[in-house]
Design a protein around this ligand. Structure first.
Ligand code: XCC
Ligand code: SF4
Length: 647
């Protein structure tokens, strides 16, 4: 392994310290493996490698412009792209499906320890989907809702009902372009069919289907996951917590959850304070256990319980390398297969819990949803039992952590803005119209070893709030901001421009709002749709001064998210390019032609400061079209006048 300069690889000090420890202990990490993989395949990077049939694999070059079947670069690139969107959509939506099935069981009285925690959220959803709720028990309503959501997966001929949650103009755009998604499962299957050898070869048709599939994610699977999570586990409201490796405990067993689906982590969050667990810990000579999270599972239990976040995607290995984790529980998505290898150097147990996600070297303990509390307690006891094996010589927990306020569901934001009796987006819309807030930026997605981890996210975030842009965050981008201290109200005082600061101070919110996990990107859609509904900022989502940015994304889910943002009328800036450069036509379609279809398109900005400029340009254009830029100009003019008079 080469000697590494840790400061060049990661932004935050805790990660730097732990990466240096990995280097001393000769442990391979994602960063050293990235070095060995560095000369990445150009065919893959440009999207022109096809291995869809076994006459191939084929690669497109100037000398061989067609695959063996005759497919050209446009077809191959578009087909590969659609398959990525399908995988992302499938991941989010399957997560949603698991929750709907849980909702159904709870409604049938077979909840296995889960309850309908948020009746208000349930009744609100019932009204939205025209399920009679008045005079009916919550179980009756929940069962109808669960069945309705299940039919969103299986529907063969009807477009998704969740599309109705979007502004009418967006709905019409989808209808007119024939990309209203039908049942989610059908969309996933159809896209796999289309990309089979010898089916759909028209890059435009393939790409339109990519947008259609992504809509089945953003307004379908992810939105359903979010609604059902809120019903089962509670709609998030602001909570205090902390983020970074420093949240790991030096004197208690650390149990860390990692992955995406919230059922088990929710039960763990409830069980850590159970008297049985407390007694068990005491008998082992410890004060209690310390629960923390990584990636989006962390975001789920942070949002609802204030459980601290140990780190984002690229800190999962580092968390193990602290030597201080007794049990690391993984379920699905973003859990690296390297974890058991790394854990072998310490006493850490990697426990996989989902039968559809196993890793050689991990201990597999399938999570029993029908007796979730028992499963959760067993895992916690396992961590307590393993504490005695912790080797103090190998432990180094960095001290760095930062205060965080999270839990900004759309309801919570409305409530903060307008109070309990006048909860509404009006004050936000007014602040945007008056120019105090220049616009909204959703900064989302992963972290990626291709750049210095967190750097793009952090520079972009601070520069945007300086320019009075309200920032909404999800996923690992939110964790980056948590570690950086941007998710606390003080960040407004220190960094925000005057207008944004005034709003944040008046309302008592940070300038960067943590809205949750990957599936909670649907909360950002919900927020923007609320802005439209509130009025004064245009007739549809594309009129709102709002931008989406995925600075350091890496997963297929992020591709699906980008697509449903664009198809919903929100421009998206990528800090990492898609693998489409091998086709000019596909690139033009994504970056230009989409503008004509959706009033929004993709942009690629390698550098965070260029991204800042692009964001401001997009917001200015939107403000100009709404005629609200003039207001600012007039105000500046007034001020100048006054100064002249004063002089
Ligand atoms: Fe995974 Fe959701 Fe990406 Fe983080 S941000 S690396 S997808 S955990 Ni959603
Ligand atoms: Fe090659 Fe065509 Fe088969 Fe792809 S589908 S591997 S381009 S022959």
């Amino acid at each position: 392994m080469q000697k590494i300069k840790v400061e060049d690889l990661v932004w935050d000090v805790a990660s730097q310290e732990t990466l240096a420890k990995a280097d001393r202990e000769c442990i391979d990490t994602v960063f050293s493996r990235y070095e060995t993989q560095k000369n990445q395949c150009k065919f893959g990077t440009n999207g022109v490698c096809c291995r869809i049939c076994h006459m191939g694999p084929c690669r497109i070059t100037p000398k061989s412009p067609r695959g063996i079947c005759g497919a050209d670069a446009d077809t191959i690139v578009a087909r590969n792209f659609l398959r990525e969107v399908v995988a992302g959509t499938a991941a989010h939506s399957d997560h949603g499906r698991h929750l709907v099935l849980r909702l159904k069981k709870v409604a049938e009285g077979k909840g296995g320890g889960y309850q309908l925690k948020d009746e208000k959220a349930l009744r609100k959803a019932a009204i939205e989907f025209k399920i009679i709720e008045e005079g009916r028990t919550i179980n009756e309503v929940a069962l109808d809702l669960a069945n309705l959501f299940l039919s969103e997966f299986t529907s063969q001929e009807e477009p998704l009902k969740t599309l109705k949650l979007a502004p009418v103009i967006q709905q019409n755009i989808w209808k007119n372009n024939h990309i209203e998604p039908l049942g989610i499962d059908r969309m996933v299957v159809e896209a796999m069919h289309r990309t089979h050898m010898g089916v759909d070869h028209d890059y435009r048709n393939l790409l339109l289907d990519a947008f259609r599939t992504s809509l089945a994610d953003g307004w379908g699977g992810s939105r359903i996951a979010m609604i059902v999570s809120d019903i089962l586990f509670g709609t998030p409201s602001p909570v205090r917590s902390a983020a970074n490796l420093g949240v790991l405990s030096a004197d208690r067993p650390n149990i860390v959850v990692h992955g995406h689906e919230p059922e088990l982590s929710e039960m763990l969050a409830l069980s850590v304070n159970d008297p049985e667990i407390k007694a068990y810990a005491r008998s082992a000579g410890v004060e209690g256990v310390n629960l923390a999270g990584i990636c989006c599972t962390a975001n789920e239990i942070l949002m609802r319980h204030g459980i601290p976040v140990a780190g984002s995607f690229l800190q999962q290995e580092l968390a193990v390398i602290t030597g201080a984790i007794e049990v690391l529980i993984v379920d699905v998505q973003c859990c690296m297969p390297s974890l058991p290898d790394i854990a072998r150097n310490y006493h850490t147990e990697i426990v996989s819990t989902s039968d559809m996600a196993k890793t050689i070297g991990a201990i597999h303990l399938a999570f029993d949803e029908n007796d979730a509390s028992k499963s959760a307690k067993e895992l916690i006891k396992r961590a307590i039992d393993n504490f005695k094996n912790r080797d103090p010589q190998k432990v180094a927990i960095p001290s760095a952590q930062n205060k965080v306020i999270a839990g900004f569901s759309v309801d919570a934001i409305k409530y903060m803005l307008g109070g309990r009796f006048r909860a509404s987006f009006r004050p936000l819309n007014d602040a945007i119209i008056s120019g105090r807030i220049h616009g909204i930026a959703g900064i989302v997605g992963c972290t990626n070893p291709k750049g210095r981890v967190d750097e793009y996210i952090n520079i972009l975030t601070i520069e945007l709030i300086k320019r009075n842009v309200l920032v909404l965050k999800t996923g690992c981008a939110a964790v980056a901001s948590g570690k950086e201290g941007m998710l606390k109200p003080e960040a407004a005082l220190e960094h925000a421009g005057k207008g944004l600061r005034e709003v944040c101070e008046a309302v008592g919110i940070p300038p960067v709002l943590h809205m949750g996990s990957c599936v909670d990107n649907s909360r950002i859609l919900e927020a923007v749709a609320e802005v439209v509904k509130e009025g004064g900022l245009g007739e549809d989502i594309s009129h709102v001064p709002a931008v989406g940015i995925a600075p350091e994304w890496m997963s297929e889910k992020a591709i699906a998210i980008g697509c449903y943002f664009v198809a919903s009328g929100i421009d998206v800036i990528l800090g990492q390019p898609f693998h489409i450069d091998g086709s000019e036509n596909v690139t033009r379609f994504m970056n230009e032609e989409t503008k004509k279809l959706f009033n929004a398109s993709f942009h690629y900005e390698k550098d965070p400061m260029q991204a800042v400029e692009k964001v401001m340009q997009i917001l200015n254009e939107a403000r100009g079209k709404l005629g609200i830029n003039k207001k600012i100009e007039r105000k500046l003019y007034d001020m100048k006048d006054r100064r002249e008079i004063n002089v």
